[in-house]
Design a protein around this ligand. Sequence first.
Ligand code: ZN
Length: 117
Amino acid sequence: MKAAKEVAAGSKVWEFKLGAIIVLKGKVVASGVNEYRTHPKFGSGYHNRLHAEGGAIYNSVRQGIDLEGATLYVYRLPTGRTAKPCLSCEQMLRDHKIRRVVFSAIGYEHGIDGSAT
Ligand SMILES: [Zn+2]
């Protein structure tokens, strides 16, 4: 999780920074951060957001790494209130047979705005 936290610090998204690492057979094989990407059709005024989990999977696929049985760690800065992947990332995790997902969840039991849930 410490490595995922260090990766998250590299995100340039101002609202919050997410970092993801993928560990396979005890070794970090890929990482990703949440980031904005310029839309190919609408240009720089319109941004798509790439999620950290998707970025880590994308980076591993580019290297030709088979992720079956891997573990994905995700950390959010400044607080660890993210508790699960979005539906799109969840589907990618299933498609690539990632066996385990570990999210930072500090304070999550109090809700995203600090309210009790
Ligand atoms: Zn996502």
